[in-house]
Design a protein around this ligand. Structure first.
Ligand SMILES: Nc1ncnc2c1ncn2[C@@H]1O[C@H](COP(=O)(O)OP(=O)(O)OP(=O)(O)O)[C@@H](O)[C@H]1O
Ligand SMILES: [Mg+2]
Length: 585
């Protein structure tokens, strides 16, 4: 319960809505009670008429109008009660939606604040759950739970006070079964929560499975694994059905329990009330009034159980959220903002081990990329090339050694500023499900958007784009055109070029294009980056041979350094690669 304290500041923020909502709750409860008093009066009137009739007095006309008047009052209170219940929802539930909106934004901001390390440690499903499921459960507390708690509280106070004023004895006896009702409903609601959780988990297993089969459909079909997947799906769907059946079984007990308890209370009212009537302690109208009260109290008392279980699951969700919101990013950006950017990078004895896998990806790496020059990094798969780029964009901090950019330690740099100077083409091209032009202009503001086409031409992808049905406005991704690996890579290059960065980093981004196109793009890149520094990572000698400086990486260590001409004759790894790659082509 402690966890929910966090939400108090939101309840205070929206105290206006909450206060007005509580007022509407009270008004609607009052109108809910009116009919009971009216029913009491009409019954007593009828009883009186009967008595008078027995003693020879007839007052038909008068009584008829009296009763019609009561009937009209009852209808009017029902309508007013409905109207105020509507207002009550319009205020309290609306408030809960506002709080939900605020919380979602806070959770999302926290996601953006956290570093790569956090995202590696948590899977996407968990991340999604926090922002949708947990926030949703918390909303049930600030919305429906508070609303029903207020409603229940006021109804119980008002109804029980009236009942006691009529007959304390009858009140005690008729209400006796209701606490048991609250307890049973609480148990059932808890069981429903447990079962719903199982249903949700199985549903997400089922959808993950289907999603994977849809995206892997090509592989499944070409390996002819349709039957296997079909059977697997059946199995998952069967599990889903059986957890759902369990849920329905529990759900089905809800109504009967309520009806049973109300029945017992009503029976007690009539039985005990009848005796009190004959003893002359209450009137006939009081008995009918009490039956009405029992019915009025049933739902609020049942909802105590329901609300309790809502609050419990909200508390559990809020605890998860609090824990998440209290995570501090493992490093913070520095403050350094330079007047101009030169693009000089220096690694000094940098070593780095991935925290999650314990793999030592870089060992004592030192190199310098001078301002305006190009550096090629060559190495086998897993050598640590991409790790170098991850460190430059500060996805991680090195375990030892220093990274200096323009002579300033990376840790002192104001990261958003540094990133505004960088054009990074990651190894795995990622395109958003959006138009090609918006994918390229991703790093730009509106006024620079005319750079899109220039960038696409330089990246050698313009020709491809204009062949698509809507050219630059073609949608890519799930429901759009499927691009080839090489096209994706080149759009990703265009995205980085369009930004007109001061330092370019190409991580193996020409692996999926043929050597001829590579040559063309490299020429364009060279032109586009002639005045800025660039870092080119590759497997092929052809991609890096024009670089001012080349380093060869193996198992996280630099084994060779020099320019193409020097390394060609050195008789080391680089010259072996040349021989090998020439052989192949
Ligand atoms: N996020 C990560 N978490 C844990 N280990 C990682 C992570 N990324 C890379 N590694 C490991 O670090 C080592 C270096 O990986 P890196 O991605 O830098 O290689 P690479 O030279 O870029 O290879 P490739 O040419 O295949 O892209 C590998 O052994 C890899 O398994
Ligand atoms: Mg890599």
């Amino acid at each position: 319960m402690q966890a929910l304290k966090y939400l108090n500041k939101y309840l205070i923020k929206y105290k206006g809505l909450l206060g007005v909502g509580a007022l509407f709750v009270i008004i609607s409860v009052v109108f809910k009670l009116f009919p009971a008093l009216l029913i009491r009066n009409s019954f007593d009137t009828i009883a009186e008429v009967i008595e008078n009739y027995k003693s020879g007095q007839v007052q038909n006309e008068l009584v008829r109008w009296e009763l019609i008047k009561y009937g009209l009052y009852i209808i009017a209170s029902a309508i007013l009660q409905g109207i105020f219940m509507y207002f009550m929802r319009q205020t309290i539930v609306v408030m809960s939606r506002h709080i939900e909106y605020d919380l979602k934004n806070i959770v999302f901001d926290q996601y953006q604040r956290l570093t790569q390390r956090f995202f590696k440690q948590n899977n996407t499903g968990d991340l999604m759950n926090r922002i949708s499921e947990d926030v949703g459960k918390v909303r049930m507390y600030v919305g429906p739970a508070i609303m029903y708690a207020l409603n229940t509280g006021f109804t119980i106070i008002f109804v029980i006070s009236i009942m006691i004023s009529v007959s304390p004895k009858l009140t005690l006896l008729t209400l006796a079964p209701l606490p048991l009702l609250a307890f049973l409903i609480y148990k059932v609601a808890n069981l429903i929560n447990v079962k719903s959780l199982a249903v949700q988990q199985q549903l997400s297993a089922l959808s993950t499975f289907s999603q994977e089969s849809f995206s892997g459909m090509r592989v499944i079909k070409s390996y002819h694994k349709l039957n296997w997947f079909g059977n697997q799906f059946k199995e998952e769907a069967l599990k889903y059905r059986s957890v759902n059946e369990e849920l329905f079984r529990v759900n089905a007990t809800f109504q009967p329990i309520m009806i049973l308890m109300v029945g017992i209370s009503t029976l007690l009212t009539i039985f005990v009330g009848g005796q009190l009537y004959f003893a002359g302690e209450i009137t006939a109208g009081n008995i009918t009034e009490f039956i009405y009260y029992v019915n009025l109290l049933t739902w609020p008392i049942a909802s105590i159980g329901w609300v309790t279980s809502l609050v419990q699951s909200a508390a559990a969700s809020m605890e998860r959220l609090n824990e998440f919101l209290s995570i501090e990013p493992d490093f913070k950006s520095g403050e350094y903002i330079p007047d101009s950017f030169k693009g000089n990078i220096e690694f000094r004895n940098v070593s780095f081990t991935y925290p999650n896998s314990g793999i030592e990806a870089l060992k004592n790496v030192s190199f310098t990329l001078a301002s305006g020059k190009s550096l090629g990094i060559l190495g086998k798969t897993g050598a640590g090339k991409s790790t170098i780029t991850s460190l430059i964009v500060r996805q991680y901090d090195p375990n030892s050694g220093e990274i200096l950019i323009d002579g300033i330690d990376l840790k002192q740099w104001h990261l958003p500023t540094l990133k505004s100077f960088l054009g990074w083409v990651p190894q795995e091209a990622f395109l958003f499900s959006d138009s090609i032009s918006r994918n390229i202009s991703f790093g730009l503001n509106k006024t620079e958007a005319k750079n899109i086409q220039h960038a696409a031409i330089a990246a050698g992808v313009h020709e491809n784009i204009i062949e698509f049905p809507n050219a630059y406005e073609t949608q890519v991704g799930e429901r759009g055109v499927t691009l080839s690996g090489g096209q994706k890579q080149r759009i990703s290059i265009a995205r980085a070029l369009a930004k007109k960065p001061k330092l370019m980093i190409f991580d193996d981004c020409l692996s999926a294009v043929d050597t001829e196109t590579e040559e063309l793009i490299l020429g364009n890149i060279k032109q586009a980056t002639s005045s800025i520094s660039s870092l080119i990572i590759a497997h092929r000698v052809s991609s890096v041979k024009h670089c001012d400086q080349i380093i060869c990486l193996e198992n996280g260590s630099i084994i060779e350094k020099g320019n193409h001409a020097e390394l060609e004759d050195a008789g080391g790894h680089y010259s072996e690669l040349i021989a090998l790659q020439l052989d192949v082509s």
